[in-house]
Design a protein around this ligand. Structure first.
Ligand code: GCO
Ligand code: MG
Length: 405
């Protein structure tokens, strides 16, 4: 029996980049943390929590996780959407954290216990030119990774998603009061990407799991062509080929290629992906614990996916905080159809502000044995890094029209 919630607070901090964290406190002194970060729209979720949710949480029983989720989801009347669902996710993660701490158990134990010893992770390798990209992939393998996402520049373009011209690290959001404008030309990309990925495959040999992200930019026909042309590169997956709103597109893509397809980082409920799963139009579902309703809702999505041999592979960029990243790793250890976890990595300051029991070694992740989610917040340190306005880029085609970033 856990005591009721007596305090709910939002912590906005920027150790390297902005994060929104919900902190819940119980009458018996337990503290639970949840992540509500939506990259480039952070303060909207902070306000949703502060102004509309936190006042409702004081007095509730945090042990009633599912009821709390239903209360916030059904009770809003205005359902779904990234801001609402990020706020619900944060509450869900915080009450799972409290339940684990009250039980003295890591959350993966509450979810049914371990079904594997460790979770395969993939990271990013990016460089503008192919020789540097091959070096970067090699460096990631030296770091222990057995799965790597490769992104390169495109001749004729100044800026491209997933890669900075002069750096081998990639962080999409930039601080400032307006988004950076990137350029895009699908034809130039389609002429170049297959040769780059095939060259990476030749360089690394057959075993390394190789991934690539098209970041929602292609038409169904272009996506089908790319999938087909990438078959010799034997990708682990091709990600987000078409904009997430056009789910019918995946039908056409599927008919033309055996390249495995992954989608879902911008989805926020099971309703965004149920047809993709039940019609077996995708191979991997990439919903994140911070954005799609927390552990409680991800479990439902993954259970549906399991029936159709679709595997779970949550989004794990630097813009989901170490809190929800930890939650994802607990799910990974306890979910049978969990395939792989994206691990883009964090600024060293983020590791300090959010000390965590989860760990990476030899290409694999483990949530650790600390009770709850195993991620704490050093609030004194967090206070030293106040929010800084930052935006994701936008993109325009060469004729100047807005396009999908
Ligand atoms: C990924 C993603 C990210 C997103 C970012 C937006 O696969 O990791 O596409 O790089 O662009 O999370 O905030
Ligand atoms: Mg992606």
């Amino acid at each position: 029996m856990t005591d009721r919630i007596i305090g709910a607070e939002v912590i906005v901090t920027s150790p390297g980049r902005n994060y929104v964290t919900l902190k819940l406190q119980t009458a018996d002194g337990l503290v639970g943390y949840g992540d509500a970060t939506v990259n480039g729209r952070e303060l909207a979720v902070a306000s949703y929590l502060r102004d509309h949710i936190n006042p409702l949480l004081v007095g509730i029983d945090p042990a009633q996780i599912e009821d709390t989720w239903q209360y916030l989801y059904r009770g809003a009347y205005w359902r779904r959407g990234p801001i609402t669902m990020a706020a619900i996710s944060a509450v869900d993660l915080a009450v799972w954290d409290i339940k684990g701490k009250a039980a003295g158990m890591p959350v993966y134990q509450l979810l049914g216990g371990a079904v594997r010893d460790r979770i395969l992770a993939y990271t990013h390798a990016s460089a503008w030119e192919l020789p540097e990209l091959l070096d970067t992939v090699d460096a990631r393998r030296q770091d222990g990774f057995r799965a790597v996402r490769a992104q390169s520049g495109v001749p004729g373009l100044e800026t491209v998603y997933g890669v900075h011209r002069d750096a081998h690290d990639y962080e999409p959001a930039s601080r400032g009061t307006a988004p950076v404008v990137e350029s895009w030309d699908t034809d130039a990309y389609l002429r170049h990407a297959p040769s780059v990925l095939t060259a990476v495959r030749e360089h690394v040999g057959p075993e390394l799991a190789l991934l690539h992200d098209a970041h929602h930019r292609l038409t169904p026909q272009q996506a089908a062509r790319l999938g087909k042309e990438l078959e010799p590169a034997d990708l682990f997956w091709l990600e987000d080929v078409t904009p997430a709103e056009n789910q019918d597109a995946l039908r056409l893509v599927r008919q033309h290629t055996t390249t495995p397809l992954a989608i879902g980082e911008v989805f926020n409920t099971i309703y965004d992906c149920k047809d993709l799963i039940t019609e077996q139009l995708i191979d991997f579902i990439r919903v994140a614990a911070a954005h799609a309703g927390g552990i409680s809702h991800l479990r439902k999505i993954f259970a549906l996916a399991d029936v159709y041999q679709v595997r779970a592979a949550p989004h794990g960029p630097s813009d989901v905080s170490p809190v929800s990243f930890g939650a994802s790793v607990h799910l990974g250890l306890s979910t049978h159809n969990f395939a792989i976890q994206e691990y883009m990595g964090y600024d060293p300051l983020a590791h300090e502000v959010f000390p965590h029991s989860w760990s990476f070694s030899d290409g694999y992740l483990h949530p650790g044995e600390a009770p709850g989610l195993g991620v704490e917040v050093d609030e004194q340190l967090a206070a030293k890094f106040p929010y800084e306005p930052a935006y994701l880029p936008v993109a325009r085609t060469l004729d100047g029209a807005m396009t999908d970033w």
